[in-house]
Design a protein around this ligand. Structure first.
Ligand code: URP
Ligand code: ZN
Ligand code: ZN
Length: 464
């Protein structure tokens, strides 16, 4: 099967040029000057030609932070691997790295098996897994090595959610040391869980039950402190660290200081922290619950700090932390107690357009940086490059024909995530995916999903 993407402007993390892209089966096999790949006059040697003129040809988005079909807070995230990956594809994302969870008393192998079964036969695009470790016995420690061998080369640890996910500093340090041997990467949820727990209990005892108290009991300093501690533990272990869903200027400051000292500290932020703010918790009635996520939304002034961090490479990636819960029957669980509102929000489908519209169109970041933040850099950090994350001969033909002029009004009614609200409802954006290919096959065409649930493959990722 030969497909030609004709007449587009190829954009990678480093280049921008007019070029035709030839795909044979699942991979890119050639890129040439416009017209050079059609030497046989009218007789086209291609099975399919896609007109990309006036559009960008970019590597498929890579979202390295999703929670599909995840049991959490007494319910399960609303998108499973089918609806979530179909929505991702609509938005121009062609790979996700989701989180498998080791519950206490379980092996990592059991957790991976459980999550692979959730994805197999359902995922419409390629997927990998990080492993959430909630209990680090000696045998679990040695299992980490086996997981790295199997292509699960990153582990998420929590400094928050005591009694559920939180690990003590000693266990965190042991896990970090282990990655020094096995080449894995530790991803950290950096919030001081002990402090937050005290503040939550105090607020509830004072009758403060509304959604906004979720944010008021999770101070930015609790994120800054944990980020500092996580980086210090990694420094003592002599390994890199990746901070997930960084939201606070106080945390960014810690990452910047570490990087200035030459430490391999990396961090991602998410669109919700770039476009929404703590003002959203003031929406009428119970609507503030739409934004209950951890870490919480911060003051509006933080948005510019985060954009600057993205531009200056103090932040290396934009992922989504897609963890959708419907207002009805899910977020509602916390109507009388904010601490029972399931934490998380949808975003897998809107990431690429939001970052393009809010970042590139406003001049906060350039086009190359847009590609780097949404695809290349996550691919490099998480062992997928150069198979994924670029437009180059030999790479998987995970490609997006991105229309920089396409206008879209974001709405839960027209988006494909299975959730009954959208945090950006009514927001008009310019710039959206037009045609999306996953390993050479068109999966989205003219706004329609034409791929297949189950066509996605498990991504065996490389260690550092
Ligand atoms: O609120 C959030 N972020 N929910 C998903 C779980 C996590 O900590 O990433
Ligand atoms: Zn987290
Ligand atoms: Zn998350």
């Amino acid at each position: 099967m030969k497909t030609l993407l004709r007449g587009g402007t190829v954009v990678t993390a480093t280049d921008l040029y007019r070029g035709d892209v030839l795909i044979e089966d699942e991979r890119i096999t050639a890129i040439a000057r416009p017209g050079d790949l059609t030497p046989f006059g009218d007789q086209t040697p291609f099975d399919k030609t896609i007109d990309a003129s006036g559009k960008y040809v970019i590597p498929g988005g890579i979202d390295v932070h999703t929670h599909l079909d995840m049991p959490f807070g007494g319910t399960t995230s609303a998108d499973d691997f089918e609806s979530g990956t179909v929505a991702a594809a609509h938005g121009g994302t062609t790979s996700v790295v989701d989180f498998a969870i080791q519950y206490r008393g379980q092996t990592l192998a059991h957790a991976l098996d459980t999550w692979r079964k959730k994805a197999e036969g359902k995922a419409a695009i390629d997927y990998g897994f990080h492993m959430i470790v909630t209990e680090l016995t000696e045998s679990v420690e040695s299992e980490m090595d086996a997981l790295v061998e199997e292509g699960v080369t990153s582990f998420k640890l929590f400094m928050a959610y005591p009694g559920v996910f939180m690990l003590d500093d000693g266990s965190i340090f042991r896990a970090l040391l282990r990655t020094r041997e096995n080449g894995g990467t530790i991803c950290m949820h950096a919030e001081n869980g002990g402090v937050i727990d005290v503040l939550v209990k105090k607020a509830l005892a004072e009758g403060k039950i509304a959604p906004k108290y979720h944010a008021l009991t999770r101070p930015a300093r609790a994120e800054g402190e944990a980020t500092h501690r996580a980086i210090a533990l990694a420094e003592m272990a002599g390994v890199p660290i990746y901070i997930v869903h960084l939201s606070a200027a106080e945390a960014l400051e810690m990452v910047m200081q570490a990087r200035d000292r030459g430490l391999p500290a990396y961090a991602e932020t998410c669109p919700q922290y770039l476009f929404l703010s703590s003002d959203n918790y003031e929406e009428p009635g119970f609507d503030g619950a739409k934004y209950v996520m951890s870490p919480p939304l911060r003051g509006k002034e933080t948005q510019e700090r985060l954009w600057r961090g993205l531009a200056s490479n103090d932040l290396q990636a934009v992922s989504t932390d897609h963890c959708p819960f419907c207002m009805k029957e899910q977020k509602e669980l916390g109507r009388d107690d904010f601490s029972r509102i399931p934490n998380g929000a949808p975003g897998i489908e809107t990431r690429m357009s939001l970052v393009f519209d809010g970042g590139v169109r406003t001049g906060k970041i350039g086009l190359n940086r847009f590609v780097e933040l949404t695809s290349t850099s996550p691919a490099k950090i998480f062992g997928l490059f150069p198979r994924k994350g670029t437009v180059a001969p030999g790479s998987d033909a995970d490609l997006v024909v991105f229309d920089p002029k396409k206008k879209v009004t974001l709405s839960a009614k027209t988006l494909h995530m299975k959730v009954d609200y959208n945090p950006y409802e009514g927001r008009e954006i310019i710039g959206a995916a037009d045609t999306v290919l996953s390993r050479g096959k068109v999966v989205v065409e003219s706004g329609k999903f034409v791929g297949r649930a189950g066509a996605g493959s498990f991504l065996k990722r490389n260690p550092r």
